[in-house]
Write a new protein. Structure first.
Length: 217
DNA sequence: CACCAGGCAAGTA
DNA sequence: TACTTGCATGGT
């Protein structure tokens, strides 16, 4: 028996999906690329991340082994278009050290780790916070985890589905409590939140044109 | 020109 | 504990 909130969330999803169509996240060719993208896109436009990824690919270092060998300063120059390149170079290096020491440098082994254990271990890496960890869990390791971001917060608060004071864990609990635990659905739902957030629910919202306008509950 | 972008850690009081 | 600040490029 679906709860009232579950029905609302289902309506929201249907409206967004009808407007934007399937997003097919994450836009990457390999799980390792997903992980790098998750770190590089922190507070950064995805287009800039793509430039950085392209640089890594052209330099032939878009794999854990090659990337671990190049100096941090060199890495920073390659990812320069993604912004915050010095901090992000360190964060990528932190992750690579973690991958080497905990999973013998194997992304496949990392992805085979149990969900809760992996989440805690990822959060132990300096530079990987809740959103980055959950993006890795969902989009690289295919674990059923709902990713929360600023757009999620804006949509949920502006539609009075959660309180303004809600934190990351609170929003994640809310979503996961009311949705069927399914990787493909968590994947697409989060992507739809980002799309509606980008186009209609910014700091200067276009609520009158938003596909979520007129959802009745 | 101002504002924004798929966060996080470190510093301050 | 609860705020604030630094990090930085590139598109609109």
């Amino acid at each position: 028996m679906p709860s009232h909130v579950s029905k609302i969330l289902s309506q929201l999803y249907d409206k967004m999906f009808a407007h934007f169509g399937p997003q097919g996240w994450w836009p990457a060719e390999t799980p390792f690329e997903v992980i790098l993208g998750a770190i590089l896109t922190q507070n950064t436009n995805w287009g800039n991340v793509e430039k950085a990824i392209t640089n890594l690919k052209k330099s032939g270092v878009l794999n854990p082994q090659a990337l671990a060998k190049i100096p941090e300063a060199k890495l920073a120059l390659l990812i320069r278009p993604a912004g915050y390149f010095n901090v992000k170079a360190k964060r990528v290096k932190n992750f690579l050290h973690f991958l080497a020491s905990e999973y013998e440098g194997s992304v496949e082994k990392l992805c085979a780790e149990e969900k809760g254990v992996l989440r805690e271990k990822l959060l132990g890496v300096k530079g990987i916070g809740p959103e980055t960890a959950d993006s890795i869990l969902l989009y690289a390791a295919k674990k059923p985890v709902f990713v929360i971001d600023q757009y999620t917060y804006r949509v949920l608060t502006r539609h009075f589905l959660i309180e303004e004071e809600a934190d990351y864990e609170g929003m994640q609990d809310f979503m996961m409590r009311h949705l069927k635990e399914e990787v493909s659905h968590f994947n697409e739902y989060h992507a739809q939140f980002v799309m509606v957030g980008k186009h209609f629910c910014r700091k200067s919202p276009r609520c009158d044109e938003c596909p979520l306008k007129g959802v009745n509950w």
